[in-house]
Ligand binder design. Structure first.
Ligand code: NAD
Ligand code: DAU
Length: 358
């Protein structure tokens, strides 16, 4: 077997939820690679999520904005980067409804800045064949499904419905155009909802786990019948790894968990698992805390991913079942209060009030 060539990779958004899991995955599997994290440390970025990696000889953390072209260009040159895994984004739909500006800046302008800087860097180095720009995107760009529609494939037309998904759709189009126009070796992945360790408390699963532990209401939007397809974050990281190593430039790969669940069913599952795993809950059974609240404006009804292409072409299938994945996630939140408790700051409470008391 041929020896694997070392990579010099920049991971943007590496202090976020999926980013920090992906950085850990990469450092564990490819300790000989140079790994540079570029992250602005917005409210969603947290250096504690990378604590176990600080001090590794091949690891470097740079606090900086992906919209900062001089910084990005100089990092690419200085580190002789051959691979970008682009995960930095504003990622929360509810925040995009409250204030879309940052979503356009980071998701559209930031992605453009990275693509343009990488194009110049790649061209100046003679367009090496093995270079890669992985653009990590979402299933939300495909819009909303009814219960009888078939799952999203890579050829489903784009129909984004929120400022978040519209900004991600814009960035996907740029990544695609850079392949078609310049031959830049970009690859796009569109993934369903992730869950697992280091997930910021504003998202459904960590929010429900933390509120159960604190005995606070569990806010379910609308009728709770919206459907998401849940994927354990390590399965996503494994898929991104395969796409970087074996994916075809110019291609798109859908990634999904094959785990569709209605929100209300998922919240009930979390309540039952919490009851089982967490001793002495303040309110028991925690199902008593379920509260129906005003729906999210423009709330997409259902997402479902057809991941047969990545299975067929790269042999990827998710390893974790929903129940096992939720159990390990809950275990992680129970053992890592020091990670999530400080995040429930006054700033977070103000955000919480603006979504849940309006
Ligand atoms: P996250 O919000 O947890 O983390 C985003 C990270 O990006 C943070 O560390 C933040 O500090 C950083 N960041 C934000 N703006 C930046 C900027 N201008 N410059 C540099 N860094 C910046 O997000 P996540 O949930 O880990 O999502 C990562 C990527 O995966 C995003 O592109 C998202 O669209 C995509 N995605 C997420 C999911 C999911 O379920 N979470 C599913 C599919 C795709
Ligand atoms: O589908 C992939 C997307 O999944 C990613 O692109 C996004 O970055 C990620 O945030 C996630 O988006 P969702 O909007 O699906 O995730 P969220 O956890 O915010 O909500 C999941 C579902 O739960 C959704 O139908 C809204 C609902 N919900 C959410 C919250 C926070 C509630 O009912 N109550 C809540 O308090």
């Amino acid at each position: 077997m041929m020896a694997r060539e070392k990579r010099k990779i920049i991971i943007t958004g590496g202090a976020g939820f999926i980013g920090s899991n992906f950085v850990r995955h990469w450092c564990q599997n490819y300790p000989e690679d140079r790994v540079v994290v570029l992250d602005a440390l917005t409210y969603a970025g947290n250096r504690l999520s990378l604590k176990t990696l600080e001090g590794l000889p091949n690891f470097r953390f740079v606090q900086g904005n992906i919209c900062d072209r001089p910084l990005v260009s100089s990092l690419l040159a200085e580190e002789e980067v051959d691979t970008i895994a682009h995960l930095a984004a504003e990622s929360h739909v509810d925040r995009s409804i409250l204030g879309p500006d940052a979503f356009i800046q980071t998701n559209v302008i930031g992605t453009f800045t990275l693509l343009e800087s990488f194009r110049q860097h790649w061209q100046s180095r003679g367009k090496p064949e093995g270079d890669r720009f992985l653009h990590v995107s979402t299933d939300e760009v495909y819009g909303s499904l009814s219960s009888s529609d078939s799952a999203f494939t890579e050829t489903t037309p784009y129909a984004p419905n929120s400022p978040y998904s519209a900004s991600k759709a814009g960035s996907d189009h740029l990544a695609r155009a850079y392949f078609h126009t310049y031959g830049l070796p970009t690859i796009i992945t569109n993934c369903s909802n992730n869950y697992g360790p280091y997930h910021y408390p504003e998202k459904l699963i960590p929010l429900m786990c933390i509120n159960i532990l604190l005995g606070k209401p569990l806010p379910v939007y609308g009728d709770g019948q919206n459907i998401r397809d849940w994927l354990y974050v390590e399965d996503h990281c494994q898929a991104l790894d395969l796409v970087i190593h074996r994916g075809q430039p110019g291609e798109t790969y859908n990634i999904g968990g094959n785990n569709e669940a209605k929100n209300l069913d998922l919240v009930n599952m979390l309540c039952a698992l919490m009851q089982d795993l967490a001793p002495e809950l303040p309110i028991s059974p925690p199902e008593k805390l379920i509260t129906f609240v005003k729906d999210r404006p423009g709330h997409d009804r259902r997402y479902a991913i057809d991941a047969s292409k990545i299975k067929r072409e790269l042999g990827w299938v998710p390893q974790q079942t929903l129940e096992k994945g939720l159990r390990s996630t809950i275990d992680w939140y129970l053992s890592n209060r020091n990670w999530w408790q400080p995040l429930l700051s006054e700033e977070y409470q103000a955000y919480y009030r603006s979504v849940y008391q309006s």
